[in-house]
Design a protein around this ligand. Structure first.
Ligand SMILES: Cc1ncc(COP(=O)(O)O)c(C=O)c1O
Length: 360
């Protein structure tokens, strides 16, 4: 090991896909944007294809290209309207488009090329999506076009991982908005991870799931969620030194040591996506014991207290995952809590500097 590895767990990922498939009859569209939530987009797509997944959602044309490179058979859904300057790429890589603006749809029509589109209706998120009262106009514009195909209608929930009731209100608004159009051959999709565990409304036939497939339990529904973590991050002790009570380590000398302390150092930092704010609340695991961070996370290194642990240079350090004896663990939720942020941000920030290693 040079600096550390991001282990991506194939067995757990396939297990989570199976759990999500069992929830309902809806087809799964896996959300693999932001480098497959940090796991490596090629890996997430290739592995999910083994489980028969055909739909993948992305946020960027560059991501769509990477999905398309895996197979011509897949459907790749872009979740927001790109600029019209991307029309050639959209056609070339056969990308399904999420659409909601007249301007964009007119641009598609003018190009004379063929596209698959999904109209997005804003049912409460208030980010992108057409107003419910504008839906019929967009629907008619697309269905009367000779080149643009309407493949689906969708929406997105702002509170699905927090509260069930507002999500149900969005579902009602969605159903009201589309009630006068023929949806027989269309894909109707709204779910993300949170709502997949409680929205069983038969209106929908596709769900777009991200975080849950990476093993994070985030639904407010009181259900058994047998999801397993798909990522672990491990590094090694690269340096050990001894400091006296009253000294302080790392930039800003932010914590005065309350005892004589043995300091462990590992070569992972915020330059790898391990968040700067993990100090002061965060921990790592060394030789089956939790060790507190005792100085600010730096770009390439972290520092922690190993006074109470027998440890040597090159011993393994767990930043995310289970201790060797499986008695201790650090979850994505823990790191998010220490950083006062959300699980999505922790996973998507883990960048390419640490090599990914697949474990079965
Ligand atoms: C439009 C859209 N659909 C689905 C998802 C998946 O959400 P989650 O990771 O909560 O499953 C996202 C995630 O950001 C999204 O933006």
């Amino acid at each position: 090991m040079d600096r550390g590895y991001v282990y991506v767990n194939k067995t757990n990922y396939l297990h989570n896909i199976e759990v999500l498939k069992q929830l309902s009859d809806k087809e799964l569209c896996l959300v693999v944007k932001a480098n497959g939530y940090g796991h490596g987009i090629e890996w997430t797509v290739k592995t999910a294809m083994e489980a028969g997944i055909k739909w993948f959602a992305v946020a960027a044309i560059s991501e769509a290209k990477k999905v398309r490179a895996q197979s011509d058979e897949l459907r790749v859904l872009l979740l927001t309207e790109p600029s019209l300057g991307e029309i050639d790429n959209i056609e070339k890589y056969n990308i399904d488009l999420t659409v909601y603006n007249d301007f964009f749809i007119d641009g598609l029509a003018k190009s004379g090329k063929a596209f698959n589109t999904h109209i997005k209706i804003d049912t409460g998120m208030h980010r992108v999506g057409c107003e419910p009262e504008d839906f019929i106009n967009l629907y008619e514009k697309i269905t009367s076009s000779k080149t643009i195909n309407l493949a689906g209608i969708c929406t997105h929930f702002p509170l699905a991982d927090e509260e069930i009731e507002p999500t149900e209100e969005s579902i009602e608004l969605f159903k009201q908005t589309i009630k006068d159009v023929d949806t027989d051959s269309l894909l109707l999709h709204a779910d993300n991870s949170g709502s997949s565990f409680y929205n069983f409304d038969p209106t929908f036939n596709l769900s777009r799931v991200g975080l849950a497939v990476y093993g994070c339990n985030i639904t407010p529904a009181e259900v058994v969620q047998d999801l397993k973590p798909t990522m672990a991050i491990k590094t090694r002790i690269s340096n050990i030194h001894h400091r006296k009570k009253g000294e302080a380590v790392s930039y800003g000398k932010a914590l005065t040591l309350e005892r004589d302390t043995t300091v462990g150092v590992s070569p992972v930092g915020y330059g790898d996506g391990y968040p700067w704010s993990t100090f002061p609340d965060g921990k790592v695991i060394v030789n089956n014991a939790y060790c507190n961070l005792i100085g600010r996370v730096t770009m390439d290194q972290i520092l922690y207290d190993i006074t109470d642990v027998e440890a040597n240079i090159n011993d393994e350090v767990v930043l995310l995952g289970n201790s060797e004896n499986n008695e201790l663990k650090i979850t994505v939720f823990d790191i998010a809590k220490w950083n006062k942020t959300i699980e999505w941000e922790i996973l998507t920030n883990i960048n390419e500097r640490l090599e990914r290693v697949e474990i079965e």
